[in-house]
Design a binder for this molecule. Structure first.
Ligand SMILES: [Zn+2]
Length: 364
């Protein structure tokens, strides 16, 4: 078979891996005795494939731990490697049987990751502040949050990817292959991506462990994972799932990451405001409120820009004053709040963006 044939066969499998058909032999049910030609008994629901107990049943019984047949955990993970976007679309459009139950899968994968990390002796070396004994990352709030995340990896993955539900829903609303997807569907999209993230993290970690010249510190593998593997993974997922082209998928992913980070920051500032009030440090609260307003306006600017590109009103000949007045007002509000924050020495969206650009692209 030529390479081209193999590839088209692979593409065929990616789109439609399961072939459902009746067994078409007349049999009596082993459980209730009802006669039928179906794969499942019409009276009691037991599988026709279950005969009397044999050595094969022992194998089936043991494998039941991982789920059996089309929805087994290993086969679902295999699908997440080779047809992730198609699998997710199958599942959320009603084909539940194609997959192991996704939330359960996330928990099992998290347990597996923790186990493997324990076995390999690879841990994340959290930077702990010597005085307080807390995580030294960023500010006091995030430190507590990171500590919690490292101890509850499945919830951490779910919480992190949950930040993407609303941005992805907003950006991919008019997707060619999955128009008008709902927020509950978006939840399952992120659960699947979370599982896939843990799967790749496991593979990347193993590679880092097996190649001696690479660092065995879990942080290095995690860094490679987030900076290289995760963007490629999302690019393939969303292209297969929503059906935009490579470029249309790319800019929407970048925009969704940006929106998700801004939303997460907003949540941090809201909790920071309350934390400040509880700590009876009024000045702290005011700082968080100002930072919150600044980021809210940044979100507004971003949404205006996305709506402009997504709906393309200039194609319908809309005049430019009507096209641009809202984005321009938003940009003016952003400049104003940024200047105020700068003057008062408060963390603001622009200084944050410049800072993260510097850490990303400039050597230390
Ligand atoms: Zn039966």
């Amino acid at each position: 078979m030529s390479f081209k044939d193999r590839y088209s066969q692979f593409r065929q499998w990616q789109r439609q891996p399961f072939d459902y058909h009746d067994s078409h032999d007349h049999h009596g049910c082993c459980n209730c005795g009802a006669e039928s030609d179906n794969n499942y008994c019409p009276r009691c629901g037991q599988k026709a494939a279950y005969g009397p107990i044999t050595w094969h049943s022992v194998w089936q019984g043991v494998m039941d731990v991982w789920g059996v047949g089309t929805r087994s955990l290993p086969y679902t993970l295999w699908q997440l490697l080779w047809r992730p976007g198609y699998l997710i679309r199958d599942y959320i459009s009603g084909k539940r049987q194609v997959s192991f139950p996704p939330v359960k899968m996330l928990v099992v994968m998290a347990v597996l990751v923790v186990l493997v990390y324990g076995l390999l002796g690879m841990g994340f070396e959290a930077e702990v502040d010597e005085e307080t004994g807390k995580n030294a990352v960023q500010d006091f709030l995030m430190g507590d949050f990171y500590n919690w995340m490292e101890n509850h990896i499945h919830w951490a993955v779910l919480v992190s990817f949950s930040m993407f539900i609303v941005p992805v829903w907003f950006l991919f609303r008019s997707a060619p292959r999955l128009p008008r997807h709902t927020l509950p569907q978006g939840f399952f999209v992120q659960v699947f991506i979370g599982v896939q993230f843990l799967l790749y993290m496991l593979l990347v970690t193993l590679v880092f462990y097996l190649i001696p010249s690479l660092s065995r510190n879990g942080d290095e593998a995690a860094g490679f994972m987030v900076m290289v593997v995760l963007p490629l993974m999302l690019w393939c997922d969303y292209k297969q799932l929503f059906g935009y082209g490579w470029w249309g998928t790319l800019w929407r992913i970048v925009a969704s990451v940006f929106l998700a980070i801004t939303v997460a920051k907003l949540l941090v500032y809201i909790s920071g405001t309350f934390y400040g009030m509880i700590a009876r440090d009024g000045s702290l609260s005011v700082r968080y409120v100002l930072a919150f307003v600044n980021h809210l306006v940044l979100l507004w600017v971003a949404l205006e820009a996305v709506m402009l590109v997504n709906t393309k009103p200039w194609r319908e000949g809309v005049a430019w004053p009507r096209l641009l007045w809202r984005p321009l007002v938003a940009a003016a509000a952003l400049s104003l709040t940024t200047v105020v924050c700068e003057q008062l020495g408060i963390e603001n969206s622009m200084s944050n963006i410049i800072k993260s650009m510097q850490t990303m692209f400039l050597p230390e």
